[in-house]
Ligand binder design. Structure first.
Ligand code: NAD
Length: 517
């Protein structure tokens, strides 16, 4: 049997965290304190080489209960810590992430399969989020309103919400936590994190850093807790009345179940779900911008981003030209181990997803699509590698209305003008990211107007994938509800409170109501 020690080592890769987690690791934590688990052992293997990285002692119901209770207990203390002091804790987490960027980036790449620069980029996104959230710790402002009653003052202010749950997807194994937890922590909330089962070691590495920082500042360990278990651990968070907000990132199908359960107990949600993102390419596009941006959108992260480009809507007059340019560009792509220099994309997350991918390509052909390139397995690289595919399709094919979480893109012609392309783009149930490639100002303005894209994200002359933390992120329709990041996001993690102070020494009702005793 091959083991982790057989793993080839790449130069310029920081293996510190990979090595540190190569044994058996507790799967539940309160700050930097591990909890007793004992619900079996989960082995985390790399899709890059199918070798084990480390093992996790799987948390059961008792560990979940302990973590959630610790978060509830810590909330009582943490919410009373001045927000700018909470901001210092978050800033310090950012510094620790900076110190560990290469090592954590390597762990992310090995465990999830994204190329090393994307692994390090994910950590950069966490660092940026820490900087951003730390700034907000001095900016959790309210408003003062004029009262109609003499000697009264009205204002609204924001209060911490309570423990919040973060349930994250495999494809951003660390950043999804930061996007939520850093803002939540600054707002005075505590966090229970349930990562995806494919990537528990990354979560443990991040949790340890956050726990150590809490210790350094003498803050309660329960501010950050982790339960790296299976769906049942996620369900424990979703169902628990102590958890006041559930931020769920994952598939629309699972998100639907989460939404029902949280709604039943009036719990707030952020739902970051699946996408079916389109890029519109009009005759007025600049190919030197459009083609590279679309290729990254479709193939980057091996098509495993919620914002990956799934549909390319091309005007019929330039369809063949764009198809040729895309096929030509795909011919230059290199698949390989995520640590290898010059590689554009790595493996899919599981071998079973490769089977799903190949079945999806076959389905597209069965529905009338024409395979222009790719679609096959690449067994010489390992069981999780596939060649990205382009299928010439039409918008009526049912497969083009569903998210395939891999590097499969549909090239779809449109006739008429940009409004026809927008209608096709909006004609699916998802509404996460969208893009248009054009140098025509009228087309641009139509796309971003009220009759334009119905998605949460509308990009002009850049691809659907790749967002910055300074702007709100989230989708519409089946792609979810609510926003992470951006200038308003902090309000989601707080409760809004209206305060009216009567300093008149008299009783006064609004609307002139008289009530005399
Ligand atoms: P998934 O839905 O399979 O799992 C997401 C998380 O939910 C995991 O942690 C999983 O263990 C947990 N889970 C599973 N069943 C649960 C249950 N019954 N109750 C509570 N939690 C449960 O998704 P995935 O395969 O990890 O990620 C891929 C999907 O995520 C894609 O659809 C992608 O588009 C989406 N995604 C969306 C965004 C976004 O911001 N919109 C970002 C990343 C990924």
């Amino acid at each position: 049997m091959t083991t982790a020690t057989d793993r080839p080592r790449f130069e310029n890769v920081d293996y510190a965290l990979i090595d540190a987690l190569s044994g058996l690791n507790p799967g539940a934590w309160v700050g930097s304190r591990p909890l007793a688990c004992g619900e079996g052992v989960l082995t985390s293997s790399s899709p890059a080489d199918s070798l084990p990285i480390g093992q996790v002692d799987r948390p059961g119901a008792a560990a979940c209960e302990e973590a959630i209770q610790a978060a509830a207990d810590a909330f009582a203390e943490w919410r009373a810590v001045p927000a700018p002091v909470r901001g210092r804790v978050v800033r310090r987490i950012g510094e620790r992430l900076r110190e560990n960027q290469d090592a954590l980036g390597a762990l992310i790449s090995l465990e999830m399969g994204k190329i090393y620069s994307e692994g390090k980029g994910e950590v950069q996104s966490m660092i940026d989020t820490c900087d951003y959230a730390a700034g907000f710790s001095r900016d959790l402002f309210g408003l003062t309103m004029a009262s109609e009653r003499p000697g009264h003052r009205m204002m609204e202010q924001y209060q911490p919400l309570g423990p919040i749950g973060v349930i994250s997807s495999f494809n951003f194994p660390a950043a999804v936590w930061a996007w939520n937890a850093m803002f939540a922590a600054v707002c005075g909330d505590t966090v229970v994190w349930k990562p995806a089962s494919a990537v528990p070691l990354t979560a443990i590495a991040v949790q340890k850093i956050a726990g150590e920082v809490l210790e350094e500042f003498g803050m309660p360990a329960g501010v950050f807790t982790l339960v790296a278990g299976g769906p049942e651990a996620g369900d424990a968070i979703v169902e628990d009345p102590r958890v006041r907000l559930v931020s769920f990132t994952g598939s629309t199908k699972v998100g639907h179940g989460v939404a029902k359960k949280t709604a039943a107990r009036f719990c707030r949600t952020i739902l970051e779900l699946g996408g079916n993102n389109a890029a519109i390419v009009t005759p007025a596009m600049d190919p030197t911008v459009a083609i590279p941006a679309i290729v990254f959108g479709a193939v980057g992260t091996t098509g495993q981003r919620c914002t990956s480009t799934r549909r390319i809507l091309v005007h019929e007059s330039i369809f063949d030209r764009v198809a040729d340019a895309m096929v030509d560009a795909y011919g230059k792509l290199r698949a390989g181990h995520p640590f290898q220099e010059g590689v554009h994309y790595g493996p899919l997350v599981y071998e079973s997803v490769c089977d799903d991918y190949r079945a999806a390509v076959q389905r597209a052909v069965d529905e009338g699509g024409r395979l222009l390139c790719g679609g096959e397995a690449l067994p010489e690289l390992g069981p999780c590698y596939v060649a990205p595919s382009i299928v010439a399709a039409n918008a009526d094919m049912p497969c083009t209305h569903e998210e395939m979480f891999g590097p499969l893109v549909y090239l779809i012609p449109y006739a008429g003008d940009v409004t026809d392309a927008i209608a096709l783009q909006n004609g699916v149930r998802q509404g996460l990211a969208s893009a248009i490639f054009t140098e025509d100002m009228r087309e641009v303005e139509t796309f971003v107007s009220a009759v334009g894209s119905d998605c949460g994200i509308a990009n002009v002359n850049l691809g659907t994938a790749g967002a910055e933390v300074g702007a709100a992120f989230g989708g519409e329709k089946d792609s979810g509800f609510g926003r992470e990041l951006g200038p308003e996001a902090w309000k989601t993690y707080m409760r809004r409170q209206t305060v009216t102070v009567n300093y008149s020494g008299k009783v006064a009702m609004p609307q002139g109501v008289q009530f005399k005793l």
